[in-house]
Design a protein around this ligand. Structure first.
Ligand SMILES: Nc1ncnc2c1ncn2[C@@H]1O[C@H](COP(=O)(O)OP(=O)(O)O)[C@@H](O)[C@H]1O
Ligand SMILES: [Mg+2]
Length: 272
């Protein structure tokens, strides 16, 4: 097994503890245990790039397990977003494998991965600015044929400001509120794993803290969260597992605590 994903989270019960929320019903509810055959979602030894272009990822492994928050950090252009896109099926993965709950999904389209339970909030253009907040949430539920009102109520419970602004155009909202719309939209599919690419980009430190609190709340329901963050220190503080990527490859992997304490990581990526 690759040492890139043997670090098994810090078992911080504040993150993995049982929750009364029913955002994610099912037998895995609130439990932190490895999926049979490895982590719940893993891109293992991924090598690949865009179209026929050069490889951007080099033997890169990223994973998140049930009950965990996993965080990807690293310099600009390191391939963090590319790694997320590879997991989501938007990259030509030439070597390696992506598995969800033990199933090889390497060849599936992004649409099929959504059907399988992957919720992805990309770094850019992650909301429909000319639609209302509520329309954005409805769009998020496009794959569902069942009643979505319960999930929408849960999203409004998580992000009360969105309920208040449900009839406003999403483009009129602040940066932090737009990110709430984007996360809410992904939750509307009732995903089994949530992937967030820089959910706090461009927001103030206070709004960042609030967004992190909401993300922890989501993770406590048992929904595994994999996110890319440029606020490395703060993100690693809430991470069960952290990945430092450099030039498309794994540079350091460990629990959030381990990485925060690693002198090399501190010096190179956390400003000392
Ligand atoms: N759509 C694309 N087509 C070709 N190259 C891309 C594309 N998106 C990103 N890249 C390249 O991939 C590398 C990694 O980018 P990215 O994954 O966005 O980094 P990060 O998210 O860590 O800042 C960069 O060299 C970037 O120029
Ligand atoms: Mg990026």
């Amino acid at each position: 097994m690759s040492d890139a994903y043997t670090g098994r989270g810090n078992k911080d019960r504040s993150i993995t503890k049982e929750s009364t929320s029913d955002m994610v019903p099912g037998p895995q509810h609130g439990q932190a245990h490895p999926a049979p055959g490895g982590p719940f979602l893993i891109g293992e030894n991924m090598t690949g790039g865009y179209g026929n272009g050069p490889d951007i990822l080099h033997d890169c492994t990223i994973a998140v397990d049930r009950g965990e928050i996993a965080v990807i950090v690293g310099p600009n252009g390191a391939g963090k977003s590319t790694g997320m896109k590879a997991l989501f099926g938007m990259l030509n993965v030439r070597a390696g494998q992506v598995r969800l709950d033990g199933e090889d999904i390497t060849e599936l389209s992004p649409q099929d991965r959504v059907q399988k339970g992957m919720g992805f909030v990309p770094q850019n253009n992650n909301i429909f600015t000319s639609m209302t907040v509520e329309e954005n949430l409805e769009m998020g539920a496009f794959i569902r044929t069942d009643d979505i009102s319960g999930t929408m109520a849960q999203v409004y419970d998580l992000f009360p400001i969105l309920k208040e602004k449900r009839n406003q155009f999403a483009g009129e909202l602040s940066g932090g509120q737009r990110q709430q719309v984007a996360v809410g939209r992904a939750l509307m599919t009732k995903p089994k794993v949530l992937m967030l690419d820089e959910p706090t980009a461009g927001v103030s430190p206070i709004v960042m803290d609030e967004l992190f609190d909401r993300i922890i709340e989501v993770a406590r329901t048992g929904l595994p969260v994999l996110m890319v963050e440029q606020n490395a220190r703060q993100a690693l503080e809430i991470a069960d597992k952290g990945y430092v990527l450099v030039q498309g490859a794994n540079s350091h992997t460990g629990t959030g605590k381990e990485l925060l304490a690693d002198p090399d990581v501190r010096r190179s990526f956390l400003g000392g």
